[in-house]
Design a protein around this ligand. Sequence first.
Ligand SMILES: Nc1ncnc2c1ncn2[C@@H]1O[C@H](COP(=O)(O)OP(=O)(O)O)[C@@H](O)[C@H]1O
Ligand SMILES: O=P(O)(O)OC[C@H]1O[C@](O)(COP(=O)(O)O)[C@@H](O)[C@@H]1O
Length: 310
Amino acid sequence: MIYTCTITPSIDYTTYLPKFKTGKLNRTAEVHYYPGGKGINVSRVLNRLGTASKALGFAGGFTGNYIEEFLNNEGVSTDFIETSGITRINVKIKSEEETELNGPGPVLQEEQLDKLAQKVRSFETGDWFVLAGSLPASVPPAYFLELAAICQSKGVRFVLDTSGPALKELVGAKPFLIKPNEHELGELFGVEITGKQQAVSYASKLVRSGIENVIVSMGGEGALLVTANETVAAEAPKGQVVNTVGSGDSLVSGFIASYAAQADAVKAFQYGVACGSATAFRSDLCEKQDAEALLSQVVLHPITEEDVTT
Ligand SMILES: Nc1ncnc2c1ncn2[C@@H]1O[C@H](COP(=O)(O)OP(=O)(O)O)[C@@H](O)[C@H]1O
Ligand SMILES: O=P(O)(O)OC[C@H]1O[C@](O)(COP(=O)(O)O)[C@@H](O)[C@@H]1O
């Protein structure tokens, strides 16, 4: 089974308006209330790709109920631990630019964290654990390192898609896959990444440290895959961008769905990039047919060591 885990879910209140003026009253005609948070998006896309998963994490209040109901109606199986606080609402304003306002994560009690650890202990060899999204600073990194260690000891593939200090702490757990975007990769090393060659050289450092697959996503510029055997750049398909929220999560989903079926990292990467772009070209997350229609436009370019050192 593929388990996704969203410690900090959200409802993504997504609104479209031609011009957004800060400090003024803006009236909008189109709003959507999508369940969000990175692990939840991964589960939603996996479901659309025909791959079963179970969404774990913490949810509470009327927003938590909405998220659970929405996911179940879509056919996504959930097993959230209830919080007393209300799950956050993240605001996504789609205008000439994309503006996002993400709320804080939940305050979690020790017994709630124990419940999640208990679920992780019940995983079986061959399962996946996708820990995605922001991790509250109030939960010590040692807790997540322990979850990663449980996965490792059981032969469960650990996928990590987070940012900031949590990413720094958890890369040491040698996940099977991480997918920072170029800013998150730069943040991890305390540098600003300004091009593909630089991104490859930092991603290679992570692979040398023991991470099996490092994907660096670069929005409309595509993405890079670095493994111990291969380094590949993918061009992103061109199209009319509608809403890029969830594109990174869709890339992760496409990779996992394909890798779980064929165990081929390069093919999985290509499929993932197609899913990421298919999501960028629509309001909600991609459907399987959107991604498959774009697959041939995801052109791959192998990168050699010389390309990086010159
Ligand atoms: N403007 C765009 N045009 C085409 N594809 C895009 C665009 N923005 C994102 N994507 C696709 O989604 C993937 C992930 O996007 P990115 O913005 O890098 O992730 P994140 O949302 O995690 O920051 C990219 O690798 C690409 O395939
Ligand atoms: O947990 P964070 O870092 O605040 O991010 C949560 C947000 O990220 C998303 O999961 C989208 O992520 P990506 O655009 O990186 O794929 C939204 O649904 C959600 O509002």
